[in-house]
Design a protein around this ligand. Structure first.
Ligand code: FAD
Ligand code: FES
Length: 1306
């Protein structure tokens, strides 16, 4: 956009909005988040004015203002390649290595990898990992994505991964000469940069980009309040979430002076405009040039830069923006502060220096920039001999997560001695900004660097860096512990460095440094960032199987290539339809209150606002009594939908929603926690109970009894595609077309019908594909569909509703948190004789699926164990939180954690390893479950034995013990868990499916069935079925969408049986058709498929058939406590090994081995993908995913920055999956079992490995075993569980004396 002034670009528009509105970019992340997930990654290319080279770097389009891209070239996934022209090797390899499931993350992954390859044709493994560090995937478990990426690396790992699932030699080579060149026009512009100021004026905001430093300073003097917009990674999120508004924005992007780097003999000056990625390169270069003693501060900064955000953010964020933002979590400011960095500031008045010290960081006016000044550069001095600088950080995850606490520490010792001459310590995360422990440091000057000083330092630091019990962000005791743990690490690091130095000193000078015991050395090492490697094993198809028959082969996801090119279409990709309106929901800010009034007058006056929809506008029923669509007169949780605004645009609807005034009258009681619900007798449904044997009597005869508690936190689905729907009313007969992202279109259809009071046959729901569901799109989409339909009916116009990530997380609920109490009676040899479990789920404010989840939980609670005397009781509590709902595993992952915790408790009491207790109590022969369903555990035992064998469990167990003996501050842990998982629904009517298969006269086949493509590959599997049955290639068969008009009365794609039951329906339809064709084929056996179809048409044979699967019988009689509720079981076992850092709570997943029984896999690539993805999702549930609620019931964790799903660096270093060769014939399609959910629970092996490591620390320290189990095992939990002299030092608060920042709800 050359020329000036610019009126056509709105400074408030981000690159993502611009691309979406102009339909350039098919990225579906419209409303995903602000910079945290990497799904909207694109590549920016710019000519660097100083080096004159073209720089290619990845960024997240959602944070970049379009105005900041003046002179830059942007490459999106569509620009890289397409299925119509030429696929780029990156796209091809991600797709063919099965690195895409739901697709939502794929374009971002492609662009991160593509950018890497533009800079490094043969990247190293480390570079590949770094490049993908800012991209989240919720489906795959990352292993296959890396497998695709690794094919570009110059170093291929020793263990060749995934080679059986794709053929590497089929890949087209990477040819850099085929890449897009930097546009010559932009090159010309960059070579002769304009000096004049560019101005972009939007409706509310003006963007001014001067061409010279002089002009910038002049403008800053004219607009002292205007921020300098550099990377926008700090300003952008603040403007979005906190509503900060700035009418004038000054861009320093075109000022070369701000990118200057100068090296002197005593330090390094880096321009404030350099990106953090550039800073990283500059520092690395300097470190390689200078002696180690001079680069202490640079090394510490580099350490922080490795894990600070993802590469996209580091590419955008500037050093100046980072320092000036003074975020409390800043990773660099503590190091810069202790490293005595100086800020060179400049204004029209001239230049001056400000020390980057505690006064600047505290924002004291006397130590800060003046409004007319800007930061030009930062001077970082070299360190000197006898000076040591270190950096520390601990976050929920190793990478791409804001630190809970970070620190910079520097000590200068008197030459040749251990006497402290100067000491600086700064902490982040423990106050409103970076805090310097100045007083403590002063008091320690002159002290020798020894244990006494350490003790004193910890005491002083805890006094000076004091955190109140109510501190925002919570985790107070953890943070206090980190304050001293980090100092201890620093203490050891300096001792270690002194030991090295001492070697060069005369013996008389060096001998007095305290020794570090070998056992303590492991405290010094940070866990490396690694990516998963491993082997995937599966049974190959019979050599006699026809080559054309795709069943059992690792066929690529049907839409894989379209995923990788961005061509796959989702619900929100449907272009704006004529007169379309956008709906935004208005939700309650109170947990339990009466609605007194809703005043929308101000909202209606805003431009573009068309109407407001409330419960009164619903012509039919407002949901059910237990589950209302919209609050009528009472709200039951924060996030309860009260009304909705419809406006011409999303922006208008959002600003109008903010103007709606709702007055409430608070009601009692207000219940958030399970314990409060129990106290108030607040339940959503009656108790579910199963019992066998005589529990009380058995307890009397056992050697020992243990009682314990288990608390399992909830889980957010975090599907990458948030909830969305488009309702288009038709002109006639009240017909509606609904495009919706759902696992259950028939449920949306039915709900819309009852809400609008029109027959079901007027409503058609269409689902092309869904960007991840995991259970969260079974029930909830019906609510959004119904509300949008009410809006469409009221206005007579199409209505689109797309939840942004914050609202989605706030409104939709997730996995039920659980509280369980157990009493287990056992013999001294570990045989369990009696088990009594009572558990409670936090169901939230409405019934939803809570009763069913409770039933499933109770049915599945015994897992793989035969215990003669059992009592299981469960209830769902009604609380004033958003209603929880279905989630992959449906109660099993939470419930079974109690059972497995009983096992570990018994093991601890018997002094035996948990695996022995598991083995002893596992089902061994054909038997009956607690609900008296007969089954054979043969496959369970095979899985267990194979897992023990494949993981070399026993020898590694010994190695772990050896490691633990030698290391005090790091501990390893191992655990192996067995699994018996029942698939399907406990009701016969839920096991039916239909399909419609048409053969057209050209021989092409269209299949429609009742399942929905959620990324799990159901459509691919259905084509495999059709191809085998009709004996035609998969390429002749097509699936267009799931539509209620094509296949009616469908059931939710859930409970792991989707592919199975729909596969049977497709099979049935194909067999009907083939039967009809048989006479024709017989007559002309040499004919082609096309010949037979032509003949059939001539002979008036119908070429369309409905297939039907009448399903499995399943029932459960809760009165009698018996039934045949499940069609079959999936068995499995997983073994995990972890290492924990007792001082920080960090954990590294070293290895996971999974053996899963799929019997005869329909598609091993897809099935292994399901196993890996669900295992990692389970690992997230049990280790990092933590929902935080305020004492008022407000959910804090509403985005990827506060809620941490596993990232690439969290995956086990070695990750092996074996599909057990078949030995039985389950009654399923081609004997293939459904694997959608089962892997989730196997993720608990990581949890038990962590608790095993903690138990090792307990044993060493003589700490009594605690039988209260808490999931997730976050770094906070691990650190606090590994009690030591440092945790003993920290002050503890009396919980009665303050209101905590957050409350536990399980
Ligand atoms: C997803 C995400 C993850 C993150 N993770 C981390 C993390 O792990 N660790 C961490 O430490 N940080 C993290 N951050 C924060 C990030 O480091 C900062 O947002 C970033 O460094 C700010 O730089 P910017 O150029 O984008 O600033 P901007 O947003 O452009 O500006 C921020 C402020 O700085 C001022 N400013 C900018 N340049 C100058 C100048 N030259 N002179 C005077 N004032 C100036 C502006 O006026 C504005 O007030 C993360 C941010 C995001 C979005
Ligand atoms: S494929 Fe990665 S989020 Fe779905």
């Amino acid at each position: 956009y050359p020329g000036s002034p610019k009126r056509n670009v709105d400074p408030e528009v981000t690159l993502l909005t611009f691309l979406r509105k102009n339909r350039i970019l098919l990225i579906k992340v419209w409303a995903v988040s602000v910079g945290g997930c990497g799904a909207c990654t694109v590549m920016v290319s710019k000519r660097d004015p100083l080096s004159t080279k073209i720089r290619h770097f990845s960024i997240t389009a959602c944070l970049v203002p379009i105005c900041s891209l003046y002179g830059a070239a942007v490459t999106t996934v569509e620009g890289v390649g397409s299925t119509n022209t030429r696929l780029h090797p990156v796209q091809e390899r991600i797709a063919k290595s099965h690195g895409t499931q739901c697709w939502f993350c794929t374009p971002g992954m492609v662009m991160s990898m593509y950018t890497l390859l533009r800079n490094h044709q043969q990247p190293s493994e480390e570079q590949l990992l770094e490049a993908l560090g800012g991209n989240l995937c919720r489906c795959t478990g990352y292993r296959p994505i890396l497998a695709g990426g690794r094919t570009f690396c110059h170093f291929l790992p020793f263990i060749k991964i995934c080679t059986e699932l794709f053929a590497e030699d089929e890949f087209q080579p990477l040819d850099p000469t085929q890449e897009l060149i930097f546009p010559p026009e932009l090159l010309r512009m960059a070579e002769k940069p304009e000096k004049q100021t560019l101005t972009f004026r939007g409706e509310r905001v003006t963007w001014i980009s001067p061409g010279t430093l002089k002009d910038l300073l002049e403008l800053k003097a004219q607009h002292p309040e205007a921020p300098l917009i550099s990377g926008n990674t700090s300003l952008g999120p603040a403007m979005k979430s906190q509503g900060h508004f700035q009418p004038v924005l000054l861009s320093p992007a075109r000022i070369p002076e701000l990118s200057v780097v100068s090296k002197t003999s005593d330090g390094l000056t880096i321009g404030a405009g350099c990106s953090l990625a550039q800073v990283k390169d500059i520092l690395a270069e300097r470190v390689s040039e200078l002696p180690e003693e001079k680069t202490q501060t640079y090394r510490a900064l580099l350490k922080q830069l490795k894990t600070l955000a993802g590469p996209q953010i580091r590419n955008m964020a500037s050093l100046g923006g980072h320092i000036i933002s003074r975020h409390c979590y800043s990773d660099l400011n503590p190091v810069l502060a202790v490293g005595n960095a100086t800020l060179n500031v400049i204004s029209e008045e001239g230049t001056r220096q400000i020390p980057l010290n505690e006064h600047f960081l505290a924002g004291l006016a006397s130590a800060d920039l003046k409004p007319e000044e800007i930061l030009e550069s930062v001077y970082i001095p070299h360190s000197q001999k006898w000076e040591f600088v270190s950096a520390f950080r601990q976050a929920q995850c190793q990478q791409n997560a804001l630190a809970d606490v970070n620190a910079g520490m520097r000590v200068l010792l008197r030459e040749g001695t251990d006497t402290i001459e100067d000491l600086s310590i700064s902490y982040g995360g423990v106050g409103a900004t970076t805090i310097s422990a100045q007083k403590s440091c002063q008091q320690l000057v002159g002290r020798p660097w020894n244990e006494l000083m350490l003790e004193e330092a910890c005491r002083l630091l805890l006094e000076e860096v004091s955190l109140p019990g109510w501190a925002p962000g919570g985790k107070v005791e953890f943070k206090r512990s980190l304050v001293v743990s980090f100092f201890f690490k620093f203490y050891l690091e300096v001792l270690q460095a002194l030991k090295k130095l001492a070697k060069f000193l005369p013996v008389s000078d060096g001998h007095h440094y305290p020794e570090i015991s070998d056992q303590f050395l492991s405290a010094l090492e940070d866990f490396p960032i690694t990516g998963p490697q491993g082997v995937q094993r599966y049974q190959s198809v019979d050599s006699r199987q026809a080559l054309q028959d795709p069943v059992g082969r690792p066929v690529m996801h049907l839409s894989g290539l379209k995923h990788a090119t961005g061509e796959a279409i989702f619900c929100d990709d449907i272009p704006t339809v004529d007169r379309e309106l956008f709906m935004v929901l208005v939700t309650s800010t109170r947990a339990h209150a009466k609605i007194i009034s809703i005043d929308w007058s101000e909202a209606l006056e805003l431009p573009g606002v068309v109407d407001v929809v409330t419960a009164e506008d619903i012509p039919g029923t407002n949901g059910t009594e237990e589950d209302k669509l919209m609050a009528a007169d009472e709200v039951l949780c924060v996030g309860h939908i009260v009304c909705a605004v419809v406006a011409e645009t999303d922006v208008q609807a959002k600003s109008a929603a903010g103007k709606i005034k709702i007055t409430y009258e608070d009601l009692e009681p207000v219940i958030f926690t399970i314990s409060d619900a129990i106290k108030h007798n607040s339940f959503l449904c009656p108790e579910k109970k199963l019992e066998q044997g005589n529990v009380e009597e058995a307890f009397e005869k056992v050697d020992q009894i243990v009682e314990g508690e288990v608390h399992v936190g909830g889980q957010e689905h975090f599907y990458m595609e948030t909830q969305r729907v488009l309702v288009i009313p038709k002109a006639e007969d009240k017909e509606l077309d609904i495009y919706v992202s759902t696992q259950d279109p028939a449920h949306v259809q039915k709900t819309v019908s009852s809400t609008l009071n029109i027959p079901i046959n007027r409503i058609t729901c269409h689902v092309k594909r869904v960007g991840g569901g995991f259970g969260g799109k079974v029930g909830r989409p019906a609510v959004f569909g119904a509300l949008a339909a009410v809006g469409a009916l009221k206005t007579g116009r199409p209505v689109r509703l797309v939840l942004d990530r914050e609202d989605d997380m706030l409104i939709t609920g997730g996995r039920h948190p659980l509280f369980g109490k157990y009493k287990v009676g056992f013999m001294n040899n570990g045989r369990i004789k009696a088990l009594d479990i009572e558990c409670f789920l936090n169901g939230g404010c409405m019934l939803d699926d809570s009763e069913l989840v409770t039933e499933f939980l109770i049915l599945k609670l015994e897992n793989a164990y035969k215990i003669r005397n059992l009592r299981f009781r469960g209830r769902a509590c009604m609380t004033h939180l958003p209603s929880n709902t279905a989630f992959r595993g449906f109660g099993f992952p939470q419930g079974t954690l109690i059972t497995e915790s009983c096992i570990t408790a018994v093991a601890a009491k018997c002094g035996l390893p948990p695996e022995k207790i598991r083995e002893k109590n596992m089902y061994k022969t054909v038997d009956k479950t607690i609900y008296k369903q007969a089954f054979s555990p043969e496959t369970l035992i095979r899985c267990w034995n194979e897992c023990l064998d494949k993981s070399s469990f026993h020898s590694r167990r010994r190695q772990v013990e050896e490691f633990n003996k030698k290391n005090y501050w790091k501990k390893k842990g191992m655990a192996i868990v067995p699994m018996k998982f029942s698939v399907g629904f406990a009701a016969t009517s839920y096991h039916q499916a239909a399909a419609l298969v048409h053969i057209y006269t050209d021989g092409s086949v269209l299949v429609t069935h009742g399942g929905n493509e959620l990324g799990q590959g159901i459509h691919t599997k259905m084509l495999q079925v059709a191809s085998r049955e009709l004996k035609i290639p998969m390429s002749s068969v097509h699936i267009c969408e799931t539509s209620t008009a094509m296949v009616p009365n469908t059931l939710a794609t859930a409970a792991s049986v989707g592919s199975d039951v729909n596969g049977r329906a497709v099979q049935d339809a194909c067999q009907i058709l083939l039967k009809r064709l048989e006479p024709i084929i017989k007559k002309n056996p040499e004919g082609t498929w096309e010949d037979w179809i032509e003949a059939a048409f001539e002979q008036r044979i119908s070429l369309s058939a409905t297939g039907y699967f009448r399903g499995y019988k399943a029932f459960m009689d809760w009165e009698k406590g018996e039934g045949d509720p499940f069609p079959y079981y999936v068995y499995g076992a997983a073994c995990s090994e972890v290492e924990i850092d007792c001082l920080t709570g960090a954990h590294k997943k070293i290895r996971a081995d999974i053996v899963m029984d799929v019997c005869c896999s329909l598609n091993p690539a897809i099935d292994i993908g399901q196993v890996e993805g669900s295992f990692i999702q389970g690992m997230g549930l049990y280790t990092t995913e933590e929902l935080k609620y305020s004492p008022e019931g407000v959910l804090y964790s509403r985005g990827p920055d506060e809620y941490k799903i596993p990232a690439i660096a969290d995956i086990p270093e070695e990750f092996n999956v074996s599909l057990l060769p078949s030995s039985q014939s389950p009654p399923t399609i081609y004997s293939s079992k459904g694997l959608g959910e089962s892997g989730m629970f196997l993720g608990s092996s990581v949890f038990f490995a962590i608790t095993d490591a903690v138990a090792a620390a307990h044993r060493e320290r003589g700490i009594a075993e605690d039988f209260t189990v808490r999931s997730p095992a976050t770094p906070e939990w691990v650190r606090m569980a590994c009690a030591d002299r440092f945790t003993e030092m920290i002050p503890r608060d009396d919980p009665k004396t303050f209101k905590p920042w957050s409350i536990p709800i399980a």
